[in-house]
Structure formats: C-alpha cells, structure tokens
Design a protein around this ligand. Structure first.
Ligand SMILES: Nc1ncnc2c1ncn2[C@@H]1O[C@H](COP(=O)(O)OP(=O)(O)OP(=O)(O)O)[C@@H](O)[C@H]1O
Ligand SMILES: [Mg+2]
Length: 308
C-alpha cells in the first residue's frame, strides 16, 4: 500500500530586495518533485547541500508552506489542510533531526522531552506517563533512570536515541529522518543506523531517510531518489542506483564514495577526474536550455531517470 505520495511538489522561497522589500525573484528549493513511499519501506533522498531535501520533509509536516503540488498521506490530501487541521496527522508523521545537540531543549529533563508529544495527544496519569517514558528509554537502549537527567549529561549518540524515543511514543506510521547520523562520530553512526532498522521491524515503520552520504543511504534504503537543485534526477532500487547509475550527477555521487576494493577505487578515481563540477556546461545532454534537469522517465519498472 502507498503510504505517502508526493505529486509535482514545488516550494519556492521569495527573495526580497530593494527599499520596498518587494519580491525580486524566487529560490526554487523544490521544483516539481514526485515520488511515493510504500508502507514499511525506507526511501532515501540523497543530494548535495541545498538540493531541497529538508524542504521536502518540512513541507510534508507543514512546517513550511508549499507553493503547489499535492501531498497525499494514507489516502488524505494534506495539501488542503491548515497547520491546525494537521494535528491528527502530525501524530502519524514524526521527524528525527540532524543535530542531537540543538534539537533537545537543554532546560528540560529527559522525561519531559520524551513525554511532550504524548501530552499533546493523550491524557495519561503521572504514573502511566512515567511507565511509558521508561518503556521507550528501554526500547532505545537507555537506562530508565535517564529520565531524571538533562540532555547535556548524554553523548551525541545517546541524545539521538532520546530524540528517537520522543518520536516513537505516539506510534507514528511514517518517520522522516533528516540526516539522523551526520552529526555523530563514525563509530556511533553504524550503531544508530542498525538500531533504526531494528525499530523499523518492531514498530512496522516507514522511513523517509534524508542524507547526503550515498554510502549510508544505500545501507539503509530500499529505494533511492537522487536530488539535484530542487529536482529528482534519478530514482530506483538501491542496488540499481548503485550498480547502474544513469544520470551524470548520480555517477558523480557514487564516484565520491570511498572504496576499499583497489580495482573499484581506481575506476572511481578515473571517473572523478572525468566528471568535473560544471555539469551543465560539460554535460548539456542531461539538462534543458535553462540548465534544469529534465522530468523523470522510466527506463525499467523500478528505475527512473531525468532525460529529454
Ligand atoms: N526559510 C528559507 N528561506 C529562504 N530560502 C530557504 C529557506 N530554507 C531553505 N532555503 C533554500 O532552499 C534551498 C534548499 O534548502 P534545503 O534546506 O531543503 O536543502 P538540503 O538539501 O536539505 O541541504 P542540506 O544537505 O545542507 O541540509 C537552499 O538553496 C536554501 O538556501
Ligand atoms: Mg537539510
């Protein structure tokens, strides 16, 4: 079953200038993106900084206004709802943020941080709430006594687990994980990623997983959508994208992943030399006359590529 369907989503931010602060132009942060997530699957959005990944996540949660398009969640068209009307859906869609240092309120105890979403939606007694908080701390591998501590008493990886516990308490269907491990030490990254995968099985979660590291994304995701300047330039099953990339930008991303195998490492070094930064000039066949990536076209049942 399709849980989330994004249809021709556009988010344009106005640029204001001059004395009268009139709108002089728009940043096309997301410029006509369509994809869907099936229940239980992990869909990875990957692309360079500024390509519009987080904007898509925020638009789904109505943290920002979309310019046009449709976002259908569990059969309901969210684009029609105001921020207030989104309340029942916000319970089903939770977000995990990139930075475990700034995303937790430093003045609140862990118990209050985790219980906050619960308090917005349910009336639990003090005892029920405590049990629930302890239960989720246990689920994310933290000592139940952690509930009496403050965020600064935890490491980055532990804080991210607190953020995850908070996201889980309302039993969401969809979790948008926006670079959930980018701020963590490499040694802790794998731990948190494996743990997210375990939780997915236990709670039957669907993930929209945002990242810029294709190595991490490939490890986590069933399907990958590659973003470049507000557009999807390629989409497919992870292995397909990794083994048989078609778009020049996808090829470049893959060439940038460190490689242990010497033969493949040599191939990648060669590829990196070939693919320079200015794709639009060097590879005009991948972009239209405005330097904008083409619409996606299917090249197999599971693989779509931006091409004329
Ligand atoms: N509130 C805003 N007002 C104006 N422009 C914005 C705003 N938020 C984001 N942008 C612009 O929209 C574009 C997309 O930003 P977004 O945060 O979605 O990128 P991203 O792919 O998540 O990048 P990163 O990997 O760095 O997190 C960028 O050019 C950014 O400068
Ligand atoms: Mg981002």
């Amino acid at each position: 079953m399709v849980l989330l369907k994004i249809d021709d989503l556009k988010v344009h931010y106005p640029i204001r200038g001059g004395v009268f602060k009139t709108i002089s132009d728009y940043i096309r942060a997301v410029d006509g993106v369509s994809f869907e997530l099936k229940e239980g699957e992990t869909y990875g959005l990957v692309g360079e900084s500024g390509s519009g990944k987080s904007t898509i996540g925020k638009a789904i949660l109505k943290l920002i206004n979309m310019t046009s398009g449709r976002i259908v969640f569990n059969g309901q068209d969210l684009s029609k709802f105001s921020f207030g009307q989104m309340k029942p859906f916000r319970q089903d869609i939770q977000m995990i943020f990139q930075d475990p240092y700034s995303s937790l309120n430093p003045r609140k105890r862990v118990a209050d941080i985790i219980a906050e979403p619960l308090r917005n939606y349910q009336c639990l007694t003090v005892g029920e709430e405590k049990k629930c908080v302890q239960n989720y701390l246990d689920k994310v591998g933290l000592n139940p006594d952690s509930m009496y501590k403050y965020p600064h008493e935890f490491s980055g990886g532990q804080r991210q687990r607190i953020g995850i516990a908070r996201a889980l308490t309302l039993k969401p269907k969809l979790i948008i994980a926006d670079e959930p491990v980018s701020a963590l030490d490499v040694s802790v990254q794998a731990q948190v990623l494996n743990f997210l995968q375990d939780l997915q099985k236990e709670f039957k979660l669907t993930y929209l997983f945002i990242g810029h590291d294709l190595g991490v994304i490939r490890h986590m995701c069933d399907k990958i959508g590659v973003m470049y300047r507000g557009r999807l330039v390629e989409e497919g099953i992870s292995e397909e994208i990794y083994e048989n990339p078609q778009h020049i930008y996808t090829k470049r991303l893959i060439a940038a992943i460190p490689e242990l195998n010497p033969e493949r490492r040599a191939q990648k070094t060669e590829l990196r030399k070939k693919i320079a930064k200015e794709y639009e000039q060097l590879y005009p066949e991948y972009f239209d006359e405005h330097g904008r990536a083409y619409d996606l076209k299917s090249i197999s049942n599971t693989h779509r590529v931006a091409m004329p």
